[in-house]
Design a protein around this ligand. Structure first.
Ligand SMILES: Cc1cc2nc3c(=O)[nH]c(=O)nc-3n(C[C@H](O)[C@H](O)[C@H](O)COP(=O)(O)OP(=O)(O)OC[C@H]3O[C@@H](n4cnc5c(N)ncnc54)[C@H](O)[C@@H]3O)c2cc1C
Length: 510
């Protein structure tokens, strides 16, 4: 008998949070025949997959780069639905357009031959050859870690070394964890622009290329395997997952915050809702930020469920501006990057001084480019984003005047590159680290959990198995890490742990 007095065979699982990790965990569990209820504090599913509504249009204001579609093909298969029919994925021929302050511009093509050619034009034939070698190295790192790390439960250094060796690969050195990404890129490329371009991959996990391990070069291979756009916006992914869940008979309750867990004999046996209602469960999956647990936000008893995350170990936050503007004459693609003049300085300001960058790199997602029809004729939807320190829970850490100065800096960077933008409070919604901290309790505004700094970071990130019985963890702050597909994989790993706890088998990823 379960400590709560119920039979475990009832198989009732509660998933706290309808972020991508929670939705994925719920789909795996309901496909296993369990009785699943998802409880989400906010008014809708998706978590960081947010759209801002500006007048008649919705602007994607969270993730915009969709990769690793095989992760979602697997979820679609669980639901018995084809992914393309549900999402209408469109492969992008150019991964992103990049601009530098010296006026140079470079399109990174998905097609390898075209990418090599373009690098040859930008930086010469020798650099193009070095790009080929870099891609091959990124592929090997990716292939080594796919089943030994990304789709596996969180390893320890020794168990990863064993898994890697079992796959016939000679040791951990192969995946380059001991040098920084910045250091290794400096060995691969002579042109500082390419170092800056591929160094940006550290920010996909919320890190600085100066401190993140070179292992993150695997992101280059992930992107080469395909970047897709979703015509309805990334936020439609959450709506689709929720619909698949409901079709399988799972319950999804929005506007339902969980304030604590129910305990029996040191084991989690349910949840207590904000209104005081209690719901019993045989297993609970928590999809909020793992840092909320040691901070006591789910009750004192849950403090030991995960290790505390000091503020200086947090990943990046962001300042975003979601805007509906007159369609620009600038030659935008869907993904556009406007680099700062000095990346090392930018990352030192973000992580060492924990302040907004003086000269930020600006990412612009032009959501009506490379699609069939604009959302509003004569206008276009833009998400502009700069990296920011995760100090959103420190009152006054980012003053309004600092935020305004940063906005002016970002806008002048764009104007210099031929993209003059103007917006006002009616045509733009801003989101700051304080807003992220408020929406994702315990995070302090960090979007990606723990910063991926140093070779040990991956081994101290929270694992699917929490430190208390009856509770699993899923989401971007949990192994294997942040990003939409990785959070979905964490949901799978949490579902695996839940099944183990309930004495059920769940097939491993092939
Ligand atoms: C601006 C931005 C840009 C990004 N760009 C990309 C990108 O281009 N590509 C990419 O792959 N990734 C990107 N990411 C990262 C990606 O969005 C996240 O890693 C991923 O969505 C995290 O999912 P999650 O499972 O951790 O859930 P989250 O999105 O963190 O959602 C957690 C949910 O749990 C709920 N919750 C928390 N506590 C409780 C509680 N006590 N009771 C009930 N509910 C609770 C919250 O309300 C929330 O809905 C971006 C993120 C942001 C913010």
């Amino acid at each position: 008998m379960h400590p709560a007095g119920q039979s475990k065979r009832s198989g009732r699982v509660i998933v706290v949070g309808a972020g991508i990790g929670g939705l994925a965990a719920a789909l795996h569990l309901s496909a296993r025949g369990l009785d699943v209820t998802v409880l989400e504090a906010s008014g809708g599913s998706g978590g960081k997959l947010q759209a801002q509504q500006l007048g008649p249009v919705a602007i994607d204001s969270g993730p915009t780069v969709f990769t690793m579609r095989w992760v979602f093909d697997e979820l679609a298969a669980l639901a018995g639905q084809p992914l393309d029919a549900a999402l209408g994925l469109v492969p992008l021929p150019v991964l992103a357009r990049h601009h530098w302050p010296d006026g140079s511009r470079f399109d990174l093509h998905a097609d390898h031959a075209r990418a090599v050619d373009a690098i040859g034009h930008l930086a010469g034939a020798a650099e193009a050859r070095r790009y080929g070698a870099f891609c091959e190295r990124a592929r090997r790192v990716h292939d080594t870690l796919l089943h030994s790390f990304m789709t596996a439960q969180r390893p320890q250094p020794w168990s990863l070394a064993w898994r890697v060796a079992r796959n016939g690969v000679a040791g951990l050195g192969r995946i380059a964890p001991f040098h920084s990404l910045w250091h290794e890129l400096g060995r691969h490329f002579r042109d500082p622009r390419l170092r800056q371009l591929f160094g940006r991959y550290a920010t996909y996990c919320g890190g600085s290329p100066l401190q993140a391990p070179a292992t993150l070069m695997l992101v280059a291979h992930v992107e080469k395997q395909g970047v897709w756009s979703l015509p309805g916006g990334m936020h439609t992914l959450a709506a689709v997952l929720e619909a698949w869940l409901r079709a399988r008979g799972a319950a999804v309750r929005h506007g339902t915050a969980v304030q604590a867990f129910q305990w029996h004999g040191g084991c989690v046996v349910g949840v207590v809702l904000a209104g005081g209602e209690t719901l019993a469960a045989d297993h609970v999956v928590f999809n909020g930020d793992a840092a909320a647990l040691p901070a006591g936000l789910l009750g004192d008893a849950a403090r030991t469920a995960a290790a505390p995350l000091p503020a200086h170990r947090r990943s990046l936050s962001a300042v975003t501006w979601s805007a509906l503007v007159p369609r620009s004459t600038a030659d935008l693609l869907r993904h556009n990057v406007y680099f700062s003049a000095d990346s090392p300085r930018e990352f030192r300001e973000l992580f060492e001084q924990r302040r907004l960058p003086t000269d930020p790199t600006v990412y612009v997602c032009a959501q009506d480019r490379e699609t069939t029809a604009p959302a509003l004729p004569g206008h276009e939807r833009l998400l502009c984003l700069i990296n920011a320190p995760a100090n959103g829970d420190e009152p006054g850490a980012l003053s309004e005047s600092a935020l305004r100065a940063c906005e002016r800096g970002a806008l002048s960077r764009l104007a210099e590159a031929g993209l003059p933008l103007r917006w006002n409070t009616a045509s733009m919604r801003r989101c700051t680290p304080a807003d992220f901290a408020h929406r994702y309790p315990g995070s302090g505004g960090a979007i990606y959990g723990r910063a991926p700094h140093g070779w040990q970071a991956s081994f101290v990130r929270a694992a699917a198995r929490s430190a208390v019985p009856g509770l699993s963890l899923a989401g971007g702050s949990v192994h294997p890490g942040p990003g939409v597909p990785m959070a979905a994989l964490s949901g799978r790993l949490a579902a695996q742990r839940a099944c183990e706890d309930l004495g059920l088998a769940m097939p491993a990823l092939s």
